[in-house]
Design a protein around this ligand. Structure first.
Ligand code: CA2
Length: 158
C-alpha cells in the first residue's frame, strides 16, 4: 500500500508550547500519534522541518515512491515558497493543503497561498483535528482519481 506523506513547515515543532490561543496545546508529536491512529494500516511519512529545501526533498521522495497523496502544512512557507510550489507541481497525486488556523481570518499576509495554486483541496481552521480529518479526506481522493477537483488539477495547464 502506497504511503501518504504528511509534511510540516517551519516552527510547527513548537506547537503546544507557544500561542495556544491560536494553535491549541497539542504538540506535533501528539498530532503525529493522532495521524498514525487514524491511518490504520496505511503507511505514513510524517515530517517537520524549519528548512525549505528539506521539505522540497521530501516532496521529491513522495514523487519517487509513488505516494498515494501529500498532506502539507507549509506554515509560513505557504506564502513565500515558489520552490515548494514547483516541487508539488511534479507530484501526480492528490495534495491537501492544511492549516491549523483559519488563515483567511488572520492578518492579510496570511491570505495569499502559493500552495493553493496546485492543491487538490485546502483545509484551514479545524485546529489539530484537521490532521486526522485530512487523512480521512485523502482516503477518498486517493481512491477516486476521477473526483472533480482532482480531475481539474490534472486538466489544468500548470
Ligand atoms: O495555521 C497553520 O497551521 C499555519 O500554517 C501555522 C503557521 C502560520 O505561519 C500559517 O499562517 C498558518 C505558523 C506555524 C508556527 O506555529 C507555531 C506554533 C507554536 C508557536 C509558534 C509558532
Amino acid at each position: 500500500m502506497k504511503p501518504i506523506f504528511i509534511l510540516n513547515g517551519p516552527n510547527l515543532n513548537r506547537l503546544g508550547k507557544r500561542e495556544p490561543e491560536i494553535y491549541g496545546t497539542t504538540t506535533l508529536a501528539e498530532i503525529e500519534a493522532m495521524c498514525r491512529e487514524a491511518a490504520g494500516s496505511r503507511p505514513l511519512r510524517f515530517h517537520q522541518s524549519n528548512f525549505e529545501g528539506e521539505i522540497v526533498e521530501w516532496i521529491h521522495e513522495a514523487i519517487d515512491e509513488g505516494a498515494a497523496g501529500i498532506i502539507i502544512n507549509p506554515a509560513a512557507l505557504t506564502f513565500t515558497s515558489i520552490a515548494i510550489l514547483d516541487a508539488l507541481k511534479m507530484f501526480p497525486g492528490p495534495i491537501i493543503e492544511l492549516h491549523i488556523s483559519n488563515i483567511h481570518r488572520r492578518e492579510s499576509y496570511y491570505h495569499n497561498s502559493f500552495v493553493s495554486k496546485i492543491a487538490t483541496a485546502v483545509m484551514a481552521g479545524f485546529g489539530p483535528t484537521g490532521y486526522p480529518l485530512a487523512l480521512q479526506a485523502m482516503a477518498g481522493l486517493a481512491g477516486h482519481e476521477t473526483a472533480p477537483s482532482f480531475r481539474h488539477r490534472r486538466d489544468r495547464n500548470i
